[in-house]
Ligand binder design. Structure first.
Ligand SMILES: [Zn+2]
Length: 197
C-alpha cells in the first residue's frame, strides 16, 4: 500500500505499520512518515489527541528515517493537523538541523507572515512575559486578530545559531520559534540615526 498523505492520516498509518497491521514489517515503522514525538498529534504530546481535526490550520512536524548508503538519515517536513498540506523535505540531524526548517514551513502555511511578529529578545522573557498578564497583552496586542487563540507562535531571538524550536504543550499551546536576531545595523538603527544628528 502506498502511504497516505496528510499528518493525521500518516500518523494513523504509522501506528498500523508499527502494530503489524499492514504487510510492511513492524520494524520499518521508523521509515514511515510520522509525527515527531512531542509535537502536536504525535506520541508523548500532552496537547490532546482528539479525533476531529482542529478548525484552523495547526502546524506540526513530520519525520522519518531513510537508509542512505550505510548510515541512517533523518528527514523532516512540515505538516498540518487540519488539512493534508505537507511541506518540502529537509534532511538533517534534528535538534534544529532540518527540523527547524520544516517547522518554519508549517508556520508559513498556518500563520503566513509570522516572521514579522514582535520578537521576545531576552532569554528570561521567554518565561516572564507569558507569566505577566500585562506584558502578555502588550506583546500579543500586536498579533493579527484571532491568531493568539489559534496557537500562533512566540517568536524569540535564539541563544545560538539553529537553537531548536520548542513544540507546544498543554500549558503553552503554541510553538516557540527561535530565530536569528537581526543584524546589528537593523536592530539598532533608531539609536544610530539619533547619533547622526
Ligand atoms: Zn492546514
Amino acid at each position: 500500500m502506498t502511504e497516505p498523505t496528510g499528518a493525521r492520516a500518516r500518523q494513523t498509518y504509522y501506528w498500523r505499520v508499527r502494530n503489524a497491521r499492514t504487510r510492511a514489517p513492524a520494524e520499518s515503522a521508523p521509515r514511515t512518515w510520522h509525527i515527531q514525538p512531542g509535537h502536536p498529534g504525535g506520541a508523548y504530546c500532552d496537547l490532546g489527541h482528539e479525533l476531529d481535526p482542529p478548525a484552523h490550520h495547526t502546524p506540526t512536524l513530520l519525520t522519518r528515517s531513510r537508509q542512505s548508503g550505510r548510515r541512517e538519515q533523518q528527514e523532516f517536513r512540515g505538516g498540518c493537523l487540519a488539512c493534508d498540506w505537507e511541506g518540502p523535505v529537509h534532511r538533517g540531524d534534528g535538534y534544529g538541523d532540518g527540523d527547524n526548517d520544516a517547522v518554519e514551513d508549517a508556520h508559513d502555511h498556518a500563520f503566513p507572515g509570522w516572521r514579522t511578529l514582535p520578537p521576545i529578545t531576552r532569554v528570561r522573557d521567554r518565561w516572564e512575559i507569558p507569566q505577566s498578564r500585562h506584558r502578555w497583552v502588550q506583546l500579543t496586542s500586536r498579533y493579527p486578530e484571532g491568531w493568539v487563540d489559534q496557537g500562533a507562535p512566540l517568536v524569540v531571538w535564539n541563544r545560538h545559531h539553529r537553537e531548536a524550536h520548542a513544540p507546544p504543550h498543554a500549558r503553552r499551546p503554541r510553538y516557540e520559534l527561535r530565530v536569528d536576531r537581526p543584524p546589528r545595523s537593523r536592530a539598532e538603527a533608531p539609536t544610530d540615526q539619533g547619533a547622526l544628528f
